[in-house]
Write a protein that binds this ligand. Sequence first.
Ligand SMILES: [Zn+2]
Length: 304
Amino acid sequence: MANSVLSDRVMQNEAAAIAWVEARVWPDGPVCPHCGGVERIGKMGGKATRIGLWKCYQCRKQFTVKVGTVFEDSHVPMNLWLQAMYLLCSSKKGISSNQLSRTLGVTLKTAWFMSHRIREAMRVVGVEPMGGAGKVVEIDETLQGRIDGAPKYVPHGKHFTWRNTVLSLVERDGAVRSFHVEGATMASMLPIIRANVNKETALMTDELTAYKKLGDEFDSHRSVNHSDKEYARGSVTTNTVEGYFSIFKRGMKGVYQHCGEKHLHRYLAEFDFRYSNRVRLGVDDVERTARAVKGIVGKRLTYR
Ligand SMILES: [Zn+2]
């Protein structure tokens, strides 16, 4: 039997895992999270010392690579974190906390905490608008799950008021950004589009009237008329964003069966991350895991 990625030393040995994470988080050597210093930093040795402990001789404080990241305050060994990250990064439809708990041999509660922290690492922050000259961004919205307090069976005609709206922007041959839209009105969607898409971009949407306002602001705006059963007119289609929704929906239905409104944005970050770092863009499972590891920095999650 060929060696599985999970049997790799980095996934099995805590010191090897810490070194692997350090190399990704600190490509130019250790950075003190307390004072930002990069010089006069020494590795703490000795048998009684925790693995991966460093000391900054500028501010005289100690730290590990976990400080200031989503791993801070967690006692889970780093190699187990990497196993969990690899599983979440390599499963196209996600992996349930139940499954993660059984595979890693941790409690369900720990698996749940771990997966939400990994989703936080996957969340993209502070990025430039998508698209640009010669680029196409497809925009679409979909309904996902019930809002809190909604009846189990949403009455016909009440779909928009009782369900969560997800807005996704997909750049063709590029990344996706999804948003849980509060209130589900066009007034709340248009500012998201304006803030996230470069004005030189060609937009493709369905025929929803409110999108028509965007035509003057962007390079171009074309729409397909889904109510007339029109799905493509030459290159005018929203098939890419609909393909993204189909992966998201299969995962939410098959794997994450009980996602409350409160956590929807976290699952969107997870599906967005995998899609934006997909095989077609040259990113394999290990590289995707490495990219998620780079996202652990500067994002501490606290749960009450
Ligand atoms: Zn320092």
